[in-house]
Ligand binder design. Structure first.
Ligand code: DC
Length: 241
């Protein structure tokens, strides 16, 4: 074999080739449609890895605020994205750590969601987080939850699902979650927040929230968690041996 022999695949290309054979279940949709719940349950049933891509945007916005970075400063935020020391715990260790500190509750507030939605609209930020998201694709499979999993991050996903629900239903679910946690909230405020976030996520210039052409649309407004989970698992079972 000569050094110029281009017929031999490089280790990097081989890894890429292998990675594309690892199945991905992409679950996209607006906030509050049940993506997080369904994705976690599906990952646990399948024994696959789980990517909560929204958490990455939330963590970046949180870290940026802590460090006094202007949340519109695309360059500073994209540089910060490459330096974050993030750990996702699973099972009994479930949670999110940033630089060794648990920040699970801090990134789950409505405010953190709105800040995440703002930084997520910046093209350089999305580019900076792209490789980190792709690296979650590991054997035996990945369930990826977000807005652009099926359109941008894993366009070759094995199954693409777009979960949606009416805005009223999503606000009601969020309200019930807050009440269960003992947090007070106003349904009308939650509805307005969700509408504003939908608007921003759907109308940004890069990777806007929309179903991939080959996604299966599931409206969960009138469905229970188990029914949605079974529907999603059936789709993946049909596609994987
Ligand atoms: O899924 P979530 O609510 O945790 O996401 C928070 C915000 O992050 C959401 O409003 C838009 C953004 N996001 C995104 O732009 N792309 C993703 N793949 C995931 C989230």
């Amino acid at each position: 074999m000569s050094v110029n022999d281009t017929s031999t695949t490089s280790p990097l290309a081989q890894n890429k080739h292998l990675a594309t054979h690892i199945p991905v279940l992409a679950i996209d949709g607006p906030g509050g449609a049940g993506k997080g719940t369904i994705s976690r349950l599906a990952a646990s049933r399948l024994g696959w890895h789980y990517l909560d891509s929204g958490a990455l945007y939330r963590i970046l916005a949180y870290a940026g605020s802590l460090q006094g970075v202007d949340l519109q400063d695309e360059n500073a935020l994209s540089q910060l994205a490459g330096k974050l020391d993030i750990r996702f715990g699973i099972g009994s260790d479930e949670g999110v750590w940033l630089d060794g500190e648990e920040i699970s509750d801090q990134i789950r507030t409505e405010q953190a969601g709105a800040a995440a939605s703002r930084v997520a609209a910046l093209p350089l930020v999305r580019e900076a987080l792209l490789q980190q998201q792709k690296a979650f694709r590991r054997s035996p499979g990945l369930v990826a939850d977000g807005r652009d999993m099926g359109t941008v991050v894993f366009p070759d996903a094995t199954v693409k699902v777009f979960l949606t629900a009416s805005v009223e239903e999503r606000a009601q679910r969020r309200y019930n979650q807050l009440i269960a946690k003992g947090i007070d909230g106003k349904l009308c405020d939650l509805l307005a927040d969700i509408q504003a976030r939908d608007e921003r996520d759907s109308n940004r210039s890069v990777a806007p929230l929309r179903p991939a052409a080959d996604a299966v649309l599931i409206d969960t407004s009138q469905m229970g968690i188990n029914e949605v989970l079974i529907t999603v698992l059936n789709l993946i079972n049909l596609q994987t041996p």
